[in-house]
Design a protein around this ligand. Structure first.
Ligand code: GLU
Length: 420
């Protein structure tokens, strides 16, 4: 099968992972392309009137990976490096993630190639609305439901909900998740991914017999996932000794004071320059000795270059695709490192997105306690299934998670049959 439309390092990586798992599962060659290749992709030119009066055209994408189990689901990324290949890989991972944790969705992802930091609030709003408008034919609560990802937030989701609703003629909260609570968002959605990461870290510590008190964690990426994971882990007694963002990292072996750090980030929009710390590069940060390493930024951070040198006990993948297959091969020779693979580790986000969608469809809203309780139950079940599958078959946690997810999609496709 030719890959040229999607050909990119990240899409090749997703395919390579899939093929390795398909070999292990003995999925026949004839079924593989049907499982792997995205069902639909839409590429749109998004013209935006800039504040200076000029018009700039941005490229936007939405990829829907499979339609077998329900509507498609996945975030929208605003980032300068976005390509259709990256979006397709992220959509494929969403499929395996939703199937692993048992959500009735196929995977999707969207993105606009832009730097949201360089856009004014007005420009960001016009970009979001026009991108949504271009996507109208493929969106809807029963079709495809976006959510936040890198570079997007609740405000962006509110604009998406508004633009879609204006087209339909009435409020349609179920078209997007990660909205403000006032507009039909779910309590706990904003914190769900980071809290889920912290929950699974604590389960992994139980599995390995590591005490939270006095354990150390290093976090790459201090956005919605990394910052909430940091606070939640700190509440368990874990010391956060280093964090970073796109501008650089900070390190304090005594532990960072997160309250003060969060004030600093609110004021300066970066962790860099935080007084009670020393600067550290992103590369150095990944190699710090620690109990828990949380890549919570972009893909392809743990590679063949650094996989032999990382010094953690638990690798908790808050990001999507942070570890390349070459790095995985090296990690398989390092049984002292326990990996919580991305599609399990960061699944708290889409799990609470699912709860948000269900609440929107029934117009009946749950308390934060109810949401969190249901989230942790589902994470617990998915963690135990993955761990048991890995132990029983003597495979890595990543292999176990991917094969459980892929198996469900594979079986569902077989049951529905091939039409005509
Ligand atoms: N962007 C998030 C992810 O990668 C959330 C997707 C969603 O909630 O639909 O899992």
């Amino acid at each position: 099968m030719e890959l040229h439309l999607y050909d990119s390092p990240t899409f090749r990586m997703a395919c390579q992972q899939f093929d390795l798992v398909a070999d292990f599962m003995n999925i026949p060659e004839t079924a593989r392309d049907r499982l792997k290749m995205p069902k639909r992709a839409l590429s749109v030119a998004v013209p935006v009137r800039m504040d200076d009066g000029s018009t700039q055209v941005f490229m936007g994408y939405r990829v829907q990976h499979h339609l077998t189990l329900g509507p498609t689901k996945g975030g929208i990324r605003f980032h300068p490096e976005v390509t259709i290949g990256e979006v397709a890989a992220l959509a494929m991972w969403m499929s395996w993630k939703c199937a692993l944790v048992g959500l009735p969705y196929g995977g999707a992802k969207g993105g606009v190639t832009c730097n949201p930091r360089n856009l004014s609030s007005g420009e960001l709003e016009r970009l979001t609305r026009r991108y949504t408008q271009e996507l109208i034919p493929v969106l809807g609560p029963q079709v495809d439901i976006p959510a936040p990802d890198v570079g997007t937030n609740e405000q962006v989701m509110a604009w998406i909900m508004d633009t879609y609703s204006l087209q339909i003629g009435h409020a349609v909260p179920g078209v997007v998740t990660g909205k403000p609570v006032l507009l039909g968002g779910s309590l706990g959605r904003r914190e769900a991914t980071g809290r889920g990461v912290a929950y699974l870290v604590s389960r992994a510590m139980d599995t390995l017999g590591i005490q939270a008190q006095g354990a150390t964690a290093v976090i790459q990426g201090y956005g919605n996932v990394g910052s909430v994971a940091a606070v939640s882990m700190a509440k368990q007694g874990i010391k956060i000794i280093a964090v970073s963002d796109a501008f650089g990292g900070i390190y304090n072996p005594q532990g960072l004071a997160l309250n003060k750090l969060n004030d600093h980030v609110a004021a300066t929009r970066s962790v860099v320059g935080f007084p009670e710390s020393e600067p550290i590069t992103n590369e150095q940060l990944l190699l710090l000795p620690c109990d828990i390493l949380v890549p919570a930024a972009l893909e392809r951070q743990i590679t063949e270059e650094n996989a032999a040198k990382i010094q953690c006990r638990i690798l908790a993948e808050g990001a999507n695709g942070p570890t390349t297959p070459e790095a995985d091969a090296i990690l398989s020779q390092r049984p002292e490192i326990f990996v919580i693979p991305d599609i399990l580790c960061n699944s708290g986000g889409v799990i609470v997105s699912y709860f948000e969608w269900v609440q929107d469809l029934q117009s009946f809203f749950w308390s934060e306690g109810e949401v969190m309780d249901k989230l942790f139950r589902l994470l617990e079940q998915s963690y135990m299934q993955t761990l048991n599958h890995a132990r029983k078959n003597q495979i890595s946690m990543r292999f176990a998670a991917l094969s459980l997810g892929i198996k469900r999609v594979h079986e569902a496709k077989a049951m529905r049959g091939l039409y005509p």
